[in-house]
Ligand binder design. Structure first.
Ligand SMILES: [Zn+2]
Length: 677
């Protein structure tokens, strides 16, 4: 018997990592897909009339073995992979997407789902059940299940063309990025660059059998040059090259792709009965409508603009005093900002790191979770790990009931991808009256301890740990019936609230005193340092905010209205940027032709959500600030109305239950120093 297809006979039914062999995966996937198909068939072939239980609920609980297996496999493919695993991933991914499509396009299944959906006002459903029904129905209708055959055919055509155009869009940018290089042979031209960046530029030149130094449009090369290089002419050359990507009228130009993508998305939305692409996308977001997003961005713009204009004027003056620059251009922004920042706050990582020993930070975040949410973390060694570096915990409530299993995997190694993330090995759900608790994991890439020094985190790493732990709490405290609504399965402009709010405790004296002590002397971090961290974190926040808003407005200008009459990409863009512009326009440059987030990735009509999430977390944390950062009542509300609820209800409803009112941008603007406290 393949261990991956059997019930896990392990403590808490945790994954038996040490017993899984790579050759188990493929047969296990085939078997699990077969089982999941049989579960779907059992629904569609039933002789009983469709009911919520025999159709919607049965559908949500179907494929459990496949989900469990996919979680284990793909989590390991991110955290502990090798060539063999990657090869299996290549083989299994198409099988999984085929299985997914077979469900979405299953007409018999849709008929039953629709039949329940059409009776929904007569059914006595809980809020969670209504949400589930809605979600299941829309997973079909938003893919065209209600359309006539003719329209369905057109929809498939559009989808095919769109995926080709998006691919082409990305390939053009990649080709543009890869073909450009700035070859420097005079060391003076690199003046200002940190040693590391210079070395990297030299190595790059060497690797291409060139003398001197190479600068490219790849971020690790581009960003340091724009931030530190003293040579203004070269910064200008590089900035213009970056801004002109896929906008040169040659075969790599993306203008036509942009126009076509916008128009096809619009047509697709119309076909499905939505006014615009943004209406289609935002239906499944907390913001709900393009009107709300535009109002949100414009309100923020109105409040942030005065600060941004002032910061810009100061920066221009600074550049003038320092180097006699008369007019600040786009290629001057990062350079003089960095110089000004250095002048105002001399703050470096090495100063802070001794106060953030990893073990202390972990204890700190656990203590904070205990004080806020009554959680107890106990390290256990009775469950399997996929690598010896992984820490395993049993999380319980005050009565000793199991809340969650928690894995923490903090150090880099070959086979782990970059970055930090939270993930789930098993979601929480309630089945046959039993509340089955989740298995949650945090994966990061922090500095490893050495023989002589423990792992000391940069402040950025500390906030990352808190951030991922916040997502972790969302998973651990889940308390819903249906697995697809559990934990972090929420609209994506809501999912960053639990993670971002937790970062706020990293700046609070009461919280820092719990864990930010010097690893050698035991001294608590001086408040002066914290003040500096806070001030530098919001440095040039006005200009940063304006920049984010400008991207959000550009996104909405392409997707929130009828784009069929747009013919000139650059002219359209200038109009969208009219209210957010600080720097003079560069005529050779265009943003849209390389705006991968919205034309290639999944952020179309979603760019606003970066700021939206910040508004949410600042507004929610303000409630704690009003009542006390460890106030039990506020914490309990946050647990009961947000963390435990997953996607069971409309996020705005959940939020208002917690906060007593809709989120307002004032707290964010205050935190950012853009309006008075
Ligand atoms: Zn996050």
């Amino acid at each position: 018997m393949n261990i991956l297809n059997s019930k896990f006979d392990t403590p808490y039914h945790t994954a038996p990592f040490s017993k899984i062999k790579n050759e188990d995966y493929m047969p296990a996937f085939l078997k699990a897909i077969e089982k999941a198909r049989a579960e779907i068939d059992a629904i569609t072939l039933s002789n009983e009339a469709p009911t919520f239980e025999n159709t919607i609920e049965a559908l949500d609980f179907s494929g459990e073995e496949l989900d469990r297996l996919s979680s284990i496999f793909f989590n390991l493919n991110s955290a502990e992979t090798n060539d063999e695993i990657q090869k299996i991933a290549q083989e299994v991914s198409p099988l999984l997407s085929e299985f997914g499509n077979d469900i979405t396009l299953n007409e018999d299944l849709f008929k039953r789902v629709k039949s329940v959906y059409d009776q929904k006002s007569d059914l006595d459903l809980t809020t969670e059940q209504r949400t589930l029904l809605d979600k299941k129905y829309k997973s079909f209708s938003r893919n065209g299940a209600n359309l006539s055959e003719e329209k369905k055919t057109r929809l498939r055509e559009i989808d095919k063309t769109l995926s080709k155009l998006k691919l082409q869009f990305g390939e053009n940018i990649l080709a543009e990025t890869n073909t450009y290089e700035m070859h420097l042979t005079n060391e003076n031209d690199l003046a200002g660059l940190p040693e590391g960046a210079k070395e990297a530029a030299q190595q790059l030149a060497e690797s291409k059998d060139k003398t001197g130094w190479l600068i490219t449009l790849d971020y690790p090369s581009y960003i340091p040059f724009m931030t530190y290089a003293d040579n203004r002419e070269l910064r200008k050359e590089l900035a213009i090259a970056a801004g002109a990507k896929a906008f040169k009228g040659d075969e790599l130009d993306n203008q036509d792709n942009v126009l076509q993508i916008a128009k096809l998305r619009y047509e697709r939305a119309n076909l499905l009965g939505y006014k615009t692409h943004a209406h289609f996308v935002l239906e499944e977001r907390m913001a709900k409508t393009p009107e709300t997003v535009e109002r949100f961005l414009n309100e923020l713009l109105e409040k942030a603009k005065p600060a941004a204009v002032k910061e810009f004027a100061n920066l221009e003056q600074f550049a003038k005093d320092l180097d006699g620059i008369d007019r600040l251009e786009k290629w001057d922004g990062s350079y003089y900002s960095e110089k000004l920042k250095q002048k105002l706050f001399s703050l470096d990582d090495e100063q802070l790191k001794p106060y953030f020993k990893l073990e202390n930070v972990i204890d700190g975040v656990f203590t904070i979770a205990e004080r806020l949410f009554d959680l107890k973390f106990e390290e256990i060694d009775t469950i399997d790990k996929y690598h010896e570096d992984v820490l395993t915990y049993k999380v319980t409530d005050t009565k000793g009931n199991l809340v969650s299993i928690f894995y923490a995997d903090f150090f880099p190694r070959p086979g782990k991808r970059n970055g930090a993330w939270m993930t789930v090995y098993k979601p929480q759900y309630i089945k046959n009256g039993v509340n089955d608790r989740p298995h949650i994991s945090n994966v990061c890439n922090f500095t490893k301890p050495t023989k002589s020094k423990p792992s000391l985190l940069t402040f950025n790493e500390v906030t990352t740990l808190f951030h991922e732990f916040g997502h972790g709490l969302h998973g651990m405290l889940a308390n819903t019936t249906y697995p697809s609504l559990s934990g972090t399965s929420v609209f994506w402009d809501f999912v960053e609230l639990p993670s971002q709010i937790l970062e706020n405790w990293c700046y609070e004296k009461e919280a820092l005193e719990l864990f930010a002590t010097h690893y050698e002397t035991g001294e608590v971090i001086p408040m002066e340092l914290i003040k500096k961290i806070k001030a530098s974190a919001t440095f040039h926040e006005g200009m940063q905010t304006l920049r984010q808003i400008s991207f959000g407005l550009l996104d909405m200008s392409w997707h929130g209205q009828d784009p069929t009459s747009i013919t000139n990409v650059k002219a359209h863009e200038l109009e969208a940027f009219a209210n957010t512009k600080l720097y003079p326009d560069v005529k050779e440059n265009c943003m849209s032709t390389s705006f991968s987030h919205i034309f290639q990735g999944g952020y179309s009509s979603g760019y606003y959500s970066y700021k939206w999430a910040e508004v949410l977390d600042a507004d929610a944390f303000e409630y704690f600030l009003e009542e006390g950062v460890f106030n039990k009542d506020v914490a309990e509300k946050f647990k009961d109305y947000v963390l435990s609820q997953g996607g069971t209800d409309d996020p705005m409803t959940l939020y208002k239950r917690f906060r007593g009112q809709e989120p307002r941008p004032d707290a964010l603007l205050k935190r950012a120093g853009l309006i008075a406290k």
